[in-house]
Structures are given as C-alpha cells and as structure tokens.
Design a protein around this ligand. Structure first.
Ligand SMILES: NC(=O)c1ccc[n+]([C@@H]2O[C@H](COP(=O)([O-])OP(=O)(O)OC[C@H]3O[C@@H](n4cnc5c(N)ncnc54)[C@H](OP(=O)(O)O)[C@@H]3O)[C@@H](O)[C@H]2O)c1
Length: 260
C-alpha cells in the first residue's frame, strides 16, 4: 500500500466518462460531483435523496442520475445496479466515498455501533465493488477508487471501529489490485487527512493541516487522472502518517495515548 503506480503520468482525462460517486450528498463527495459534472455523466448515491436532488439541480445539465441508497444494504445496492443495467448505463469510474465516523467509547463498547461503522465503511464499499466488477471485467476497463483515511494506517485513539474499517478496506483493495493486475481494471485508494466537512465540522479536536473539500476534490481528481494507486494528502500529514508506521508498537501507544 502507498506506492505510486509506475505509470504515474497523466494518461486518463476525466472527460465524457460515466462516474459513480457514493456519498455525494455532502462533503468530499458533493465537491467531487460539482467539479466533475460539466464534462462527465454522474451517477450519484446517498441516503438523503433531497440533498441529491438539490445538488443535481445545481449541476450543468447532462443526463446525470441520482439514487437514494444505503450502501451498507446489499439488496439496495443490487437494485440500483439492476436499474443501471436496464438503462444500459455502464460505469467507467467509481469513487466509493460514502462513509461515517461516530463516537466510540473503548471502555463501554457498543457492538451495534461497531457493526454500523464496519457495515458502511467496509461493506458499503465491497457491496458496490462486487456489482461493478463483472461489467468492468467484460469491458476490460474501469477505475475503482475508494476513500480510506490516513486514520487507517494505524489504530487511532478512541477510533478503533473507524481505523479498522478503513485499514480493512485498504487491504481488500490492495489484494484486488494484485488479482486484477493483468486486466484493464485499476484500483485507487484515497487517503485523506483532515478535511473540513460535516463529518469533522462538529469535532472539537486538533486537526492539523485541515483542508477544504474543494481542495481535496481537486487533489483526488488529479490523482485519478494519473491513475495513482494511492492518493494521499495533505502531503505533510501523510508523510508523518507513513513514517508513523515505522514506530515500534509500545512507543506508538505511549505517543498516541490521550490524543483525541
Ligand atoms: N473529512 C475528513 O476529515 C475525512 C478524513 C479522512 C477520510 N474521510 C472519508 O471521506 C469520505 C467522505 O467523508 P466526508 O468528510 O465528505 O463526510 P460527510 O460530509 O459526512 O459525507 C459522507 C457522505 O457519505 C454518505 N453516506 C454515509 N453513510 C452512507 C450510507 N450508508 N449509504 C450511502 N451514503 C452514505 C453521506 O450521505 P447520506 O448521509 O445522505 O447517506 C454523505 O454524502 C468518508 O469515507 C470519510 O470516512 C474524511
């Protein structure tokens, strides 16, 4: 994980593609939709349909589609893909960005809350990938990007379900990249640091190198066009996070204790 594709030069323009974005109703996904809408056809997914409708009304007129869907609900994801198949819509690029972060008390664990995070952040990505792959394999072409987090590199304090969900997803993607190496289907991991979105807005915590969602979306789009294996940002924080993987476990635990 973390290496850059050897073909790390611009080779794919996000132009005239059909792009699926999950979690498009707010934050990073919303911004990606705004920035990609003029030159591509978008398929937007989230649970809050009214926000998707508002967004679609703001976008330049193309035949964009939007669906209310809980990505953690496999049947619901299957239904959307059945509709897309019926309408002969084939996804060229998928940005699987839907995710949640909820408070977690490590001294009074709630199994329901842990399952909720894993179901959306891990299975919410896998459910969609499972539906995407047959079509992409048949075309021998496609790019699947999924949003992890720098918080998935190592366990973060009071964030065990979130860190675990993101690192599991990242590893899943990395394995698929190996398996699909000789095909035209590519996989990109998106690893943001802190981005100012509804997910972080209410959090009263230290967020170094906090970035706007506009800037985050620009970096993601540039990285996708270069077909990077990982798009990690902001640079300073991701460098610290990557180096942090080398710190021995006990020292890491002492360094991170109480930092939340
Ligand atoms: N903000 C950060 O600092 C940061 C840092 C690292 C990684 N990330 C990751 O970046 C991604 C986007 O987060 P964000 O910061 O833009 O947060 P956000 O503003 O809260 O957006 C999350 C999006 O995911 C959607 N979503 C959540 N659960 C869903 C479900 N079950 N089915 C379908 N859609 C669902 C939400 O829409 P509905 O509620 O309408 O369904 C919303 O559109 C997440 O995966 C997050 O973990 C964020």
């Amino acid at each position: 994980m973390g290496s850059i594709n050897k073909k790390d030069s611009p080779q794919m323009k996000l132009n005239n593609k059909t792009i699926l974005i999950t979690g498009a109703s707010s934050g990073i996904g919303y911004e990606l939709a705004i920035q990609l809408a003029a030159t591509n056809r978008l398929v937007l997914i989230a649970r809050r349909e009214e926000l998707l409708t508002d967004l679609i009304n703001k976008l330049p007129k193309r035949d964009h589609l939007h669906f209310k869907c809980d990505v953690g609900d496999y049947e619901s994801v299957k239904n959307i893909f059945q509709i897309l198949t019926d309408q002969k819509v084939q996804i060229d690029v998928a940005i699987l960005n839907a995710g949640i972060s909820i408070s977690f008390d490590p001294f009074n664990m709630s199994i329901e809350r842990i399952q909720q995070v894993i179901n959306i952040n891990f299975f919410g990505v896998i459910n969609v990938i499972e539906r995407l792959l047959p079509g992409m394999r048949q075309k021998n072409e496609g790019l699947i990007a999924a949003t992890g987090s720098l918080a998935g590199y190592r366990g973060m304090p009071t964030a065990a379900p979130y860190s675990a969900s993101k690192s599991a997803m990242a590893t899943f993607l990395e394995s698929l990249r190996i398996d699909y190496l000789k095909t035209g289907v590519k996989f990109t991991l998106i690893s943001p640091g802190f981005v100012l979105t509804p997910m972080t807005a209410h959090k009263n915590k230290f967020m170094p190198f906090l970035m706007t969602p506009e800037k985050a979306a620009q970096i993601i789009i540039r990285g996708l066009e270069k077909e990077k294996t990982e798009i990690h940002f902001p640079y300073s924080l991701s460098l610290i996070a990557k180096l942090g993987r080398l710190i021995p476990d006990r020292i890491y635990a002492r360094l991170m204790h109480g930092r939340h």
